[in-house]
Design a protein around this ligand. Structure first.
Ligand code: PLP
Length: 398
């Protein structure tokens, strides 16, 4: 693999190499600009950091364990560690970002919160922090996702959020994001849009990445405790928009000896027409305010993505990941529905952990790629499988 150690972080103009930026309608400019001018300043405030870290510890339950998966390691003859984001309050990594963004929204004087969600994890995490802070919460969710992630819809409602179905396009994450952006344009003054992944116009990808970077910050000292060294040989994460991946990679981006593996959803197969493998099928384009790799037709219409996992069912990828792909800093792998589901079941059998279907994609790489016996491979277990039980039951006729 070519490892050109250039800058993999955002530059001052909001770009990762040629990807990123803020391609937004004029009506959104004041909101995005207000955030751009303030986010780094606010995040650097000692009071902000204190509150953020306190909530991550006492409310989310961080640090999340770095668990040596002994039986999985024996099966694949390598050393597999799981970063247990599934054990966070609300069941996934998404809460790291929503805690950060709700504190940001409060500092900016916003009273109304909107969000998009695919798997419902980000919606639940947003509804949770809104309840915590006493703020109004509106979540947009594709109609298809509402059906396949019913437990999370119920959770959001219990937490006091209003869930509004997105009825256009493939009625999944992309369409929910369109609706949320439309709402923000109509409510520019009092509303903060909590984007749930490392996507959107600058500064969102960078802000979300920084809030999620606690994942790799912890991996470093936890691995030092386990293995006597901070750097693994591989870090692995599934990619929808790319927030758990961005957080898992962040502190290793410029560490030459750490290999990065990004796992996308191949759906029914990369060439089946029913896929979400953006790095293979995507070309440069603009989606939801940023320039990135995007699945599109020859005349630039967005191709409807497909994956069994609602959280990976997105036609683009965050601009950091587009850059990691283009520069070959990260190796991209595509995993089918079938392989992901089997890997999820294998984790149940071998380790007693039911993973989210998104995370199962990352676990499936061990069937495709051989690692050396003394390689240390850290996999982000981004979420727990409670929300996916119905899907697992139906798939395996349990
Ligand atoms: C458990 C889990 N993992 C991964 C993802 C994918 O999102 P991202 O790529 O932003 O980490 C989701 C999205 O909903 C999710 O719920």
């Amino acid at each position: 693999m070519t490892k050109n150690m250039e800058n993999y972080n955002v530059n001052e103009k909001g770009y990762y190499g040629e990807f990123g930026g803020a391609y937004i309608p004029e009506m959104l400019y004041p909101n995005v600009e207000e955030l751009r001018q303030n986010y780094l300043k606010v995040m650097a405030e000692p009071e902000f950091q204190k509150e953020f870290n306190q909530l991550l510890k006492d409310y989310v339950g961080r640090p999340s364990p770095l668990y040596f998966a002994k039986r999985l390691s024996e099966k694949y003859n390598t050393k597999v560690y799981l970063k247990r984001e599934d054990l966070n309050h609300t069941g996934a990594h998404k809460i790291n970002n929503t805690i950060g963004q709700i504190l940001m929204a409060k500092r900016l004087g916003k009273r109304r919160i909107i969000a998009e969600t695919g798997a419902g994890q980000h919606g639940v995490a947003t509804a949770t922090v809104c309840a915590l802070m006493g703020l109004e919460c509106i979540v947009y969710m594709g109609e298809i996702d509402i059906a396949r992630q019913a437990p999370n819809v119920a959770r959001m409602k219990m937490l006091g959020a209003t869930v509004i179905p997105a009825l256009s396009g493939s009625r999944t994450l992309k369409d929910a994001t369109n609706e949320a952006i439309r709402d923000w344009i109509n409510n520019p003054v009092n509303t903060h849009y909590i984007i749930g992944s490392a996507i959107g116009p600058h500064p969102y990808p960078d802000m979300v990445t920084k809030f999620q970077s606690v994942i790799s910050e912890e991996i470093k000292w936890q691995l030092k405790e386990h293995e006597g060294r901070e750097n693994p040989d591989y870090v692995v994460a599934c990619i929808g928009g790319g927030s758990n991946a961005a957080g898992t990679y962040y502190h290793f981006l410029h560490e030459k000896d750490v290999n990065i593996i990004a796992v996308e959803a191949a759906g029914l197969g990369v060439d089946s027409g029913e896929s979400a493998a953006t790095s293979v099928l995507g070309k440069e384009g603009i989606i939801h305010g940023c320039k990135t790799l995007l699945m599109q037709t020859s005349d630039g219409q967005i191709t409807e993505p497909y994956s069994i996992s609602a959280g990976l069912d997105y036609p683009g990828v965050g601009p950091m990941h587009a850059h990691l792909c283009k520069t070959e800093r990260a190796e991209f792998m595509a995993i089918t529905d079938d392989d992901a589901m089997k890997a999820g079941l294998k984790l149940c059998e071998l380790e007693g952990i039911i993973p989210a279907i998104e995370s199962s994609h990352a676990l499936a790489i061990f069937e495709q790629k051989t690692f050396k016996p003394d390689d240390v491979v850290v996999v982000s277990l981004s979420g727990r499988g409670d929300k996916d039980l119905e899907n697992y039951i139906e798939y395996f006729k349990i």
